[in-house]
Design a protein around this ligand. Structure first.
Ligand code: ZN
Length: 130
């Protein structure tokens, strides 16, 4: 995984977030202290795997340290509870996406590391698409 603790790669996968027991807000990534009210010890939760597309773009130049293919899609998906997740998208053509369309979490291979292991990350795909 790109970074442990961000998501599970079960079937279906889930993003790992937290929920503040004091003010009730949800967070992603997981926090030790609520970023809204500073209460400590938000509870760990798995976030809903479906949301709607809120913003998106195509990344054509690889960021420093990035070893995957380009171009690739990046966007913001809004999940229930008002969580907006900055995420990779499985669709790299911005013209193929529509504001507010339904998106679903998936796990995708990013690149192969020096030991030949697949490095995986999470992404959102249009619901119903492979
Ligand atoms: Zn809070």
């Amino acid at each position: 995984m790109v970074r442990p603790g961000l998501f599970t790669d079960g079937d279906p996968p889930a993003l790992l977030g937290s929920r503040c027991t004091a003010c009730g807000t949800f967070h992603f990534p997981r926090h030790d202290t609520c970023p809204y009210c500073a209460a400590e010890g938000p509870e760990a939760v798995e976030l809903p795997s479906r949301g709607t597309l809120w913003a998106w773009t195509a990344v054509t130049a690889p960021p420093p340290g990035y070893e995957g293919a380009t171009p690739y899609g990046m966007g913001v998906v809004e999940l229930p509870h008002g969580i907006r997740v900055i995420t990779r998208l499985t669709v790299s053509d911005p013209g193929a996406l529509v504001f507010g369309q339904s998106m679903e979490l998936c796990v995708v291979p990013l690149h192969t590391d020096d030991e030949g292991n697949d490095v995986i990350t999470f992404a959102f795909a249009p619901s119903g698409a492979p």
